[in-house]
Ligand binder design. Structure first.
Ligand code: GCU
Length: 328
């Protein structure tokens, strides 16, 4: 009797005594993952890493099919696709999930993380596990959270050094109330919009600028239309990996545990990739003519304090906020 491993589709072909042939085929489940940025992005690479490990640890039964560049729709639409089980996973920015449960606003408050290291402690520990599984009732769960660095304001005509400089400027924000309020307390006017529409809106003068991290700024060539990148570093927004509840509950408990562990591992990987790529992105944008301006962030931090108190108004939000701050 001998075993031949044909490929991951076929578990085994067993020929005994040359008389009988038993062929067992194992179906591969491809998980569709919506992603709104390019295949060069650290999160895309972390998802690929996750896919390889998942395939390996489940003997080829599961892998990820990642659709970059909003191919499966912008984040709000892709979250709905996950929710109704049409696709299995998506990466969506925290403000989108905050529209379902306001507790999420705590982990995306302006200036809540003092550094990437502080945020890493929060995202790689287990303090967010309870919050993340609490969204089951909406048809999705949050499997984990990737970093997207620190976001700053960038503009078309001149740099932003102060709250006064933002007065009268229309700045694109992600789609949530908190984001619009945040921009108001920083002195400007927030315009909620999908990321994919921002370049043209700035180019056509519908917007005066936007706010994002250096990698997205570079990847989407936004330096071409808004060359002044002013380091307000007002947000370190979590990017959440969401999974359809319908799909997750179709997995065996063992496979669910494998998936959840591998997601944690991919978060560490993404931090490492982020640190490498952010330096390259900034240099690339500079070489293309972007100007990076250092800003005194204290006035912006102070002006956002009211928003913090407005958004932390029940016990679970307070306790989450205090735990995050204690890890600083
Ligand atoms: C960042 C973030 C994305 C988000 C985007 C945006 O790139 O990583 O998740 O969609 O900003 O501003 O919309």
């Amino acid at each position: 009797m001998f075993n031949i491993k044909l490929n991951k589709l076929f578990q085994s072909i067993i020929i005994s005594g040359g008389l009988s042939l038993a062929l067992t085929a194992n179906a591969v489940t491809e998980l569709k993952v919506a992603f709104n940025q390019s295949d060069k992005h650290p999160q895309y690479k972390a998802l690929q890493y996750l896919s390889e490990n998942l395939s390996e640890q489940t003997d080829g039964r599961y892998n990820l099919n990642i659709y970059p560049n909003e191919l499966l729709g912008a984040q709000r639409a892709s979250l709905e696709l996950v929710q109704n089980g049409a696709i299995q996973m998506a990466i969506v920015a925290n403000p989108l999930v905050e529209n379902y449960d306001k507790t999420f606003s705590v982990i995306g408050l302006p200036y809540i993380y003092s550094s990437l290291e502080h945020q890493e402690k929060v995202f790689t520990g287990n303090i967010l596990d309870e919050l993340f599984s609490s969204t089951k009732k909406f048809g999705f769960e949050v499997l984990g959270v990737y970093t997207a660095g620190a976001r700053s304001i960038y503009t078309k005509k001149s740099p932003v050094n102060s709250i006064a400089d933002l007065k009268g400027l229309k700045i694109r924000v992600m789609q949530s109330d908190t984001m619009t309020k945040m921009l108001s307390c920083m002195g400007g006017t927030g315009v909620p919009m999908n990321q994919g529409e921002v370049y043209t809106a700035i180019q056509q003068g519908v917007l005066d600028g936007a706010e994002n991290n250096e990698i997205t700024y570079m990847d989407l060539k936004q330096y071409e239309v808004a060359p002044y990148y002013s380091r307000t570093k007002h947000l370190m927004v979590p990017d959440l990996l969401v999974v359809s509840e319908q799909f997750l509950s179709s997995m065996s408990p063992d496979d669910q545990a494998i998936l959840k562990n591998l997601v944690k591992d991919s978060i560490n990987k993404e931090y490492q990739l982020w640190r490498e790529q952010v330096v390259v992105a900034e240099q690339f944008a500079k070489d293309k003519g972007a100007e990076f301006v250092e800003v005194d962030i204290k006035p912006f931090q102070d002006s956002c304090k009211n928003l913090q108190s407005e958004l932390i108004n029940n016990d679970s939000q307070k306790s989450l906020y205090n735990t995050i701050i204690s890890l600083n």
